[in-house]
Design a protein around this ligand. Structure first.
Ligand code: PBG
Length: 325
């Protein structure tokens, strides 16, 4: 046989494979979601997310220091709101002394270089577990947007670097941008969850924050997973309204959307490798059905190959360790 072209030449050894690798992964790619709770020395493993924890602020700070030492540059904060502070308006979300606001300040003080992002949506604060305000059984758009603006401004006052609205209300990016400008926070960024689909894979996250919707589902605001053109429309509108980074969420069942968004926009694209995706790998690994470490790196590399510039993932710490070793 005389072949003009032998593709296996470039696959022959680890050295040549790494020399021609089209996609590389580094701790710079990761955003680490953190679940914060009240109290001290609290570390609660989330039942449906093995080896992932909800921690009090003191232990969260310890964790952030460790993440920083591994080369991770960004955290995305979520808090667990006490039941007695939840109501339909979600007003605890903009309490200046609230757990989120205290956490932003304390983490900034402890690790000034860490880029802090915060989730902006009412669900952890809502007695109904919905991302917006409920009137007559409906999630109302415009009053919710007003609440999200107050929430974003209060995070900015506490020192956040970038707010991440995850609610999918119409017009919230423009309103938040305007609210930040009006209040003098012109250095605070917005990472918009632009194409966020109504997904069954959010289940473990809702366990972590006790934020499952009390009635109905989120299909009147989160996107229908049958749609792709709509994902581009949502994303372009968010960029028009002032989003600095756009996000596709969930990740694994939506890699086609990540690619299409990446090809359509000129801002960084992030993807959220969500709780249910984490749980699936953990469960299969626990059963001995897949190799966990390899599954993590292959999955995260897949996100980057699909076009993601940034990956929010519960695997960030493990992956950073693996990449550093
Ligand atoms: C809240 C929010 C959710 C997630 C991030 N922000 C859940 C939801 O929309 O119900 C999900 C993250 C995950 O599952 O890992 N607006």
């Amino acid at each position: 046989m005389y072949l003009q072209k032998r593709n296996r030449i470039l696959r022959a050894t680890p050295a040549i494979r790494s020399l021609v690798a089209e996609t590389t992964l580094s701790p710079n790619d990761f955003i680490v979601p953190l679940f914060i709770d009240e109290g001290e020395s609290v570390e609660m493993e989330i039942a449906s997310m093995p080896n992932y924890y909800r921690r009090s602020l003191d232990l969260t700070i310890k964790e952030v220091k460790e993440l920083w030492s591994l080369g991770i540059k960004s955290v995305l904060l979520f808090i667990k709101c006490k039941d007695e502070l939840k109501d339909n308006t979600g007003k605890e979300a903009w309490n200046k002394e609230g757990l989120m606001q205290r956490s932003i300040k304390a983490i900034k003080d402890a690790v000034p270089g860490m880029y802090i992002m915060t989730d902006v949506a009412l669900d952890p604060y809502s007695s109904y577990g919905h991302d917006g305000i409920v009137e007559n059984g409906e999630i109302v758009n415009d009053p919710t947007v007003e609440a999200l603006v107050k929430m974003s401004v209060s995070h900015a006052e506490a020192g956040v670097d970038m707010v991440a609205p995850s609610d999918m209300m119409d017009g919230r990016i423009g309103a938040i941008r305007e609210g930040l400008e009006e209040n003098g926070f012109n250095k605070v960024g917005i990472m918009a969850y632009s194409a966020k689909f109504a997904s069954c894979f959010y289940g473990p996250f809702r366990d972590a924050l006790d934020s499952a919707p009390g009635f109905g589902d989120k299909k009147t605001y989160q996107m229908d997973y049958s749609n792709r053109i709509e994902a581009i429309k949502e994303t372009l509108m968010d960029i028009e309204e002032g989003a600095d980074i756009v996000m596709v969420k969930p990740g694994l069942p939506y890699l086609d959307i990540v690619r299409e968004v990446k090809d359509a926009v000129d801002v960084p694209v992030s993807v959220y490798n969500i709780s249910g995706e984490y749980a699936m790998i953990k469960a299969a690994a626990k059963m001995g059905w897949i190799n966990e470490e390899k599954a993590i790196i292959e999955t995260l590399t897949g996100f980057k190959r699909a076009g993601a510039d940034l990956i929010a993932t519960y695997f960030a710490k493990d992956a950073a360790r693996l990449l550093n070793s």
